[in-house]
Design a protein around this ligand. Sequence first.
Ligand SMILES: CC(C)(COP(=O)(O)OP(=O)(O)OC[C@H]1O[C@@H](n2cnc3c(N)ncnc32)[C@H](O)[C@@H]1OP(=O)(O)O)[C@@H](O)C(=O)NCCC(=O)NCCS
Length: 148
Amino acid sequence: MKLEKEPEAPLQFLLAAESDFEEVVAMSEGIYGGLDYLPSRYHAWLREPQRTVVLAKRAGAVIGLQSVVIIDGGETALVEGLRVAPWERGKGVAGELQRFCAGLIKQQHPGVKVSRLTRDDPLGPKDFRKYRIVAKQVPTMPLNGVLW
Ligand SMILES: CC(C)(COP(=O)(O)OP(=O)(O)OC[C@H]1O[C@@H](n2cnc3c(N)ncnc32)[C@H](O)[C@@H]1OP(=O)(O)O)[C@@H](O)C(=O)NCCC(=O)NCCS
């Protein structure tokens, strides 16, 4: 008997709400070795006027989050908090979430010229086509760069 894989429910992107907090914390378990900063900032982030917090949901459940705050007088979008639930990783969810947020920010803040984020994972050729390094922290880490 051939077992057919159930088709996955489509991704939905929504603005985060206070009521999503428990699910956000649950899907963030283990991030940054238990030192995740997001639980202590989540509610404050939702109240920041220049910040947008977007959730990815599948079948109504939170499976991803990214936040973007507008700085530098409206010219820079600072991307923070990106995460995808462990069981949804490796399927391109982060990329879809990033593209959704970029489109939203373009609409809401047409003055934005650059998008900036910090990464501490090793970068490959694809990443260098997408970003350019503007600062790099070398001494103790393999790579901890700020990207435009
Ligand atoms: C990093 C993480 C969000 C990647 O999620 P994922 O859905 O498995 O991502 P994928 O491997 O499918 O990669 C898809 C896209 O995300 C991008 N991406 C992967 N890791 C990234 C990172 N750390 N920062 C920014 N973008 C990242 C890739 O460049 C790719 O983009 P593309 O579609 O434009 O090519 C996920 O592993 C995670 O939640 N890790 C724990 C939290 C964390 O380390 N967050 C990053 C903070 S810098």
